[in-house]
Each structure stands twice: as C-alpha cells, then as structure tokens.
Design a protein around this ligand. Structure first.
Ligand code: GDD
Ligand code: MG
Length: 397
C-alpha cells in the first residue's frame, strides 16, 4: 500500500496529531525499490508489514438489526489475518436476528477457514463478568449492558484484550461496500506501522461519502464531522494560540486504536463516543490538565487520519438521527474543562440553530465511564474464559 506521508503534525502537549494522509495506491506491489527523493513525501507499506499488524488486530463489527446482506458483505471484506469480533444488539425472540447473524458468520468461517467471535451485548455472562470485575457503570437497571454502539465497543475491547490482541479497529455493519471494509482494515494496519508510540489511534476519513438524492451525489465529508470539527479544533487553538484545522475526523465511526490506548480512555455513551475519544486525549495528554496516564504521556499519543479511496456508503438513518448525533458530539466539547467561554457560546448558538436546544438552555451532560484499565481484569477473564468457546463462530472438527 502506498500512502502520503503526513504533511504536517500538530503537537499539543504530548499528543501528535497528523494531518490527513491520502491513500495513493491500494496495492503497491512486492518489488523492492531503490529510495528516491519523492519517497520522503510518500510511504510504501510492504504487504508483509500490513499482514503482521492485521494478525495482531481484532476488527469489531457493532451491529443492531442491520440487513443481513450488508452484514455478510462487511464480514467478507475483513482481511483473513484479522480476528472478527461481532458485538450484536440485534433482536432475539420471534424473529431472531441474532441467530441469523450467528448462522451467517458460522457458515462464512466454515468456508473461509477462519476464526471469529460473536456475542450478544445483552449476554448475561458478559454482564456478570463486568459486575465481578467491579465495572458496573456499563450496566442497566436490569443488570445487563446498556444499549448503544459505544457500550458494545467497550465490551468488544475487553474481549479483544482477553484474547491477547494488541490492536482493535471498528467497522460498522451497515456498509454497502466490502472493498471499503478491506481498505479501512489496511489503513488501520498502515497507521499502526507508522506510529512511533505504542499509544496510537487511526481515524478514517472518506474521499467521498455518496448520497442518493437525485442521482448519486458524492459529498466530500461526513455531515456530522463537518459540524463538530471546527469546535474540536477550537479546543486546541485556544490553548496553543494558533488557529488550526488539523482535526478532520471528529466523528470517525471507522477508527482503530492500540489496546494500550483503548484501555486508558474514558468513553461516553452512544454516538458521542468518537468525538469524546479525542476530547479525552486532549484533556489527558494535552499538558493543560494533569497527565491522565504517565507512561502514555512519556511515549506520546499519536493520531493518524487516513483518507481512503473507496466511497463510504451506508444505511441512511434520517436527518433527526444526524441532529441527535451532532448535538451529543458538541456536548462532549462543551463540557470539557478545556473549552473556553467563547467556544461554549458558539456551541450553544450552533445547538439552537440545529433546534437541539432553545435559547438559554444547555445541552445534557455526556455520561462518561471510567477507563477500562481501572477494572479488575483478572476477574472479568475468570468468568469469561469458561464461555469463550461458545462465542466462537468456528465449528470445531
Ligand atoms: N452492538 C451495538 N449495539 N451496535 C449498535 C447499536 C447498539 O446498541 N446501535 C447501533 N449499532 C451499530 C449499527 O448497527 C451500525 O453497524 C453501527 O453501530 C453504527 O450505527 P448507525 O446507526 O449506522 O450509525 P450512523 O451511521 O448514523 O453513524 C456512524 O457514523 C458516525 C459518524 O458519521 C457511526 O459509526 C457513529 O458512531 C459515527 O459517529
Ligand atoms: Mg450507519
């Protein structure tokens, strides 16, 4: 794979945020090439290197009642070396959509000779493991894990840690292009291979995000990120004194992290999870507030933003859904101790414009969970290890 080198890196405390890097070539061949001047601007990431990172990576697919055909397409795009972890919150009952997902995955693993795990978010054993590990803030009144993509992501991080993966990448189940899924996974691997620190995050941005309106229209950015990015950048600008546009992926649903980073971040609920990750990194390692985790501060936290070639086409869930996402995203910035008065006011104005709040109101507080590292992980594992076989989609011979 050939990818642009980061043209610019913004430093904020011990964080390094790299400017967007375009994929130049999806497959860069196997020939060893002599170094030339232009190699400074472009990086060739060898196939072997990509495969090495894919082997250490779990690809998590959060799903809730998505079309089975889409789910099937998504799993078909995950490179063979990655471990697929499906965390599902799909319907169980008369129409057992979870059962269908399981059957699809089992059949796929059988014919492709690969391993995958599938677990329901409401699985009582998972909830019990969390309770015994003293990590109850993911649980609802009924004692099971709450609804939400973020809650599913957190459970999946723990499972990936348990099966000793070093990296974790997230890919939504409602993607129409298996080729895009394949490219995201490779971009994650490429980002990890470029990192100098073990605390690393890779966020994907799309060259085009088509909308089917009158004919196909290729939008440049995701709509929510477009709203969130300027405010996210304001958090950095205000502290450094220099205006910046470095963050282009505030709401990147498709993103990946080293497990080392994933387990030290606090997470917010629902769809504010991705912007909150950045806010938490800025708060924890930006040098303005006390450092959240000294070893990560020492190595630095690196963020890569990679622009993919495949367009991103997923299920359209309507404008109200977008508004709700924008408002919960902005509230993560609004309530950050890094957010100064002027940005706060601009966020309130934007929320009024989006009809999320009335003039004079404030958005609801995002609810934040403790970093996963704070739980008693051994206790989590001791409950889960007896059952992990039952989550496997690979039938034993
Ligand atoms: N496990 C689980 N639990 N998965 C869920 C849940 C849940 O409660 N709710 C939704 N999902 C799954 C969906 O089935 C889908 O695969 C993925 O999470 C994303 O949900 P969507 O409802 O499709 O979100 P979106 O397309 O509007 O938003 C995406 O892009 C945003 C950026 O534009 C998501 O990735 C967002 O997280 C992201 O911020
Ligand atoms: Mg979607």
């Amino acid at each position: 794979m050939r990818i642009e080198s980061p043209r610019y890196t913004e430093r904020f405390g011990s964080i390094r945020i790299n400017d967007a890097q375009k994929v130049l070539e999806l497959d860069s061949g196997r020939a060893k090439e002599p170094l030339r001047d232009e190699d400074i601007a472009v990086q060739k990431i060898e196939e072997e290197v990509i495969k090495d990172y894919e082997e250490k990576m779990a690809i998590v697919i959060p799903t809730k009642d998505e079309k089975l055909k889409l789910f099937e397409g998504v799993i078909s795009g995950v490179p063979h070396e990655c471990l697929i972890i499906v965390i599902s919150n799909s319907q169980i009952g008369n129409v057992d959509r979870f059962r269908m997902e399981k059957d699809t995955l089992k059949q796929y693993c059988h014919f492709t000779r690969r391993e995958a795990l599938i677990i329901h978010q409401k699985d009582p054993i998972l909830a019990q493991a969390l309770a015994e590990a003293g990590y109850t803030n993911l649980l609802d009144k009924d004692g099971l894990i709450r609804n939400g993509k973020a809650e599913g992501m957190m459970a999946a991080i723990l499972i990936a840690k348990m099966v000793k993966k070093g990296y974790i990448g997230f890919i939504d189940a409602d993607n129409y292009f298996p080729g895009a899924v394949w490219e995201y996974s490779r971009c994650y691997a490429a980002g990890f291979s470029m990192a100098k620190s073990p605390y690393v995050m890779v966020r994907v941005l799309w060259r085009y995000k088509p909308k089917i309106e009158e004919g196909m229209f290729f939008r440049k950015w995701g709509r929510v990120s477009e709203i969130t990015n300027p405010f996210m950048n304001a958090l950095i600008s205000y502290k450094t004194g220099f205006e910046t546009e470095i963050v282009k992926t505030s709401n990147a649903g498709e993103h990946a992290m080293s497990l080392k980073l994933a387990e030290i971040l606090p997470y917010s609920t629902g769809y504010s999870v991705e912007p909150q990750e950045l806010v938490s990194i800025f708060e924890g390692f930006g040098g303005v507030l006390p450092m959240a985790h000294p070893p990560a501060a020492k190595h630095g936290v690196e963020v890569f933003q990679i622009e993919t070639r495949n367009p991103h086409l997923h299920e359209d869930k309507g404008p109200e859904h977008l508004e709700a996402m924008a408002s919960s995203s902005l509230s993560t910035i609004y309530y950050s101790p890094l957010c100064e008065k002027e940005t706060k006011q601009r966020i309130l104005d934007e929320l009024v414009r989006l009809n999320s709040i009335k003039p004079g109101e404030e958005p609801p507080h995002p609810s934040l969970s403790e970093p996963l590292k704070k739980m008693e992980f051994k206790k989590f594992t001791s409950v889960m290890k007896e059952h992990i076989g039952s989550y496997s989609a690979r039938e034993k011979p």
